[in-house]
Write a protein that binds this ligand. Structure first.
Ligand SMILES: Cc1ncc(COP(=O)(O)O)c(C=O)c1O
Length: 451
């Protein structure tokens, strides 16, 4: 065992002593010198350096260890409850947010992606943080045609899904302790994004006209799903739209408008986004998660002029920019018209699924349930009229044991103040006719046990 300051034998002596080749010893000495264990000088024997005595990982018993701390952000996110998603359900999984893999336009996307990868470029260079300019221009046209939004491409930011847009809004608009308004019930992952930065949720009740705006308290931002309230499904009425925007102006607050499923209206007229009324107060968020795939993690936001620079800066430090090849592929689909054709086809397919679901609900559950929010989007909220809220988790567990995944509405409430009856969300966009029919037939049996 050599200690600091000890001289090692010469490589010749060491090799002879151990019966190994001198080349191997010289290489080993060289490696130890490169790693800083030995100091060497030409013509002199290698010396063991000092400072190696300290054990970098002492046993807990041997040394006093200082407590490692995580940030308050990490502490807050560790308290968030996750939705319990069963590993496998045999009959039907009504998990909201899933799409049918067979609906994805594999050939068109692969072609567009190939084109993007084969495009001639001399350098692989990071793009602008706000996103690929041709995509922003293509989206500008799409948003005008599909949602009646007039905006400049300079105000569009490409994000990794709405979720990243929400995270950036939280970082830009909330300091710890700042209040924010959130629909109750509402989208849990939006609340979590705002709470993670230390924002304080002020739950605002929701009814058949969306968020109740009669007496909104002051706050830094309000998060809303005005075109299709999540999860209730109501549309924010015209007087409440005006009241919300007036509140934002009076309080110097921003409205975060989540238009997550604006492409899907079933027999009702499209509703113009809040952004079209007051682009200075509203941050508009959209996504391809409901039209192409949630796995792409591609979304977009429209920032008010006053916030553009901050959004670009935030995006730059978060991930430089959204993955470029996917942005280019989406541009291709938008420019060629393939995206809008695909959206029309998705609308037809999902309208069919919705019809099958509603028929099955009528056949198997009739008046024992109330269906809410079926006029738009890709899910319904099912209130179980005869089942008290205390049995909500039991019905979910019973359905799961029979091979059907359903998800409790309790997860969407900010407070324990909620309707007395049990409720579950049913997403239908990933299921075929058989799964929808059998799923509801099995669900009816699970509900009957508690109804
Ligand atoms: C209300 C709401 N907003 C946003 C999203 C998701 O958007 P993204 O996948 O783009 O993050 C969902 C997804 O289910 C949603 O229900």
């Amino acid at each position: 065992m050599y200690k600091a300051g000890d001289r090692l034998p010469s490589s010749r002596v060491f090799a002879a002593e151990w019966g190994v080749s001198r080349t191997a010893v010289t290489a080993a000495y060289g490696q130890l010198a490169d790693e800083g264990y030995l100091s060497t000088q030409a013509g002199a024997r290698a010396v063991v350096v000092s400072g190696l005595e300290q054990d970098p990982s002492p046993s807990p018993a041997a040394a006093k260890t200082a407590q490692r701390r995580v940030s308050s952000f990490a502490q807050r996110i560790s308290t968030f409850k996750r939705l319990n998603i069963p590993e496998k359900v045999d009959v039907a999984d009504f998990l909201y947010g899933d799409l049918c893999a067979g609906d994805f336009p594999v050939l068109a996307w692969r072609r567009a992606l190939n084109k993007a990868m084969l495009r001639h470029r001399t350098k692989l260079r990071n793009d602008q943080p706000q996103g690929y300019l041709p995509l922003r221009i293509a989206l500008q046209g799409y948003l005008w045609r599909a949602r009646g939004i007039r905006c400049a491409a300079e105000h569009i930011v490409i994000v990794n899904g709405i979720q990243q847009g929400l995270d950036i809004c939280a970082r830009l608009l909330l300091d710890p302790g700042d209040p924010f308004l959130i629909e109750n019930p509402g989208y849990r992952l939006a609340r979590h994004a705002f709470e993670a930065t230390g924002g304080l949720a002020i739950p605002i009740p929701v009814d058949s006209e969306g968020m109740q705006t009669a007496s909104l308290p002051p706050a830094r931002l309000a998060y809303v799903t005005p075109s299709h309230q999540f999860p209730v499904g109501s549309v924010l009425s015209a007087p409440r739209r005006r009241a919300l925007l007036a509140w934002a102006t009076q309080n110097g607050a921003y409205v975060v408008e989540d238009d997550y499923d604006g492409e899907y209206r079933h027999g009702i007229a499209p509703i113009a986004p809040l952004q079209t009324i007051d682009p200075d107060s509203v941050i508009y968020l959209g996504t391809v998660s409901k039209t192409l795939s949630p796995t792409l993690r591609l979304g977009y936001l429209i920032a008010p002029n006053s916030l553009c620079a901050a959004f670009f800066g935030a995006k730059r430090i978060m991930d430089r920019h959204t993955q470029l090849y996917d942005q280019e592929a989406l541009t291709d689909l938008l420019e060629s018209g393939a995206y809008e054709r695909h959206v029309r086809s998705m609308r037809r397919k999902n309208a069919h699924r919705r019809t099958v679901l509603l028929k099955a609900l009528g056949d198997h559950l009739g008046n024992s349930v109330t269906v809410s929010g079926a006029d738009a989007g890709l899910h319904v909220l099912l209130w179980l009229n005869g089942v008290p809220a205390e049995h909500e988790a039991d019905v979910v567990a019973e359905a799961c044991s029979r091979g059907v995944g359903i998800y409790p509405v309790s997860h969407t409430f900010v407070t324990s103040d909620r309707p007395a009856m049990a409720g579950v969300t049913l997403g239908y966009a990933s299921l075929d006719d058989t799964q929808l029919r059998q799923g509801i037939a099995v669900l009816a049996k699970a509900i009957a046990k508690y109804g």
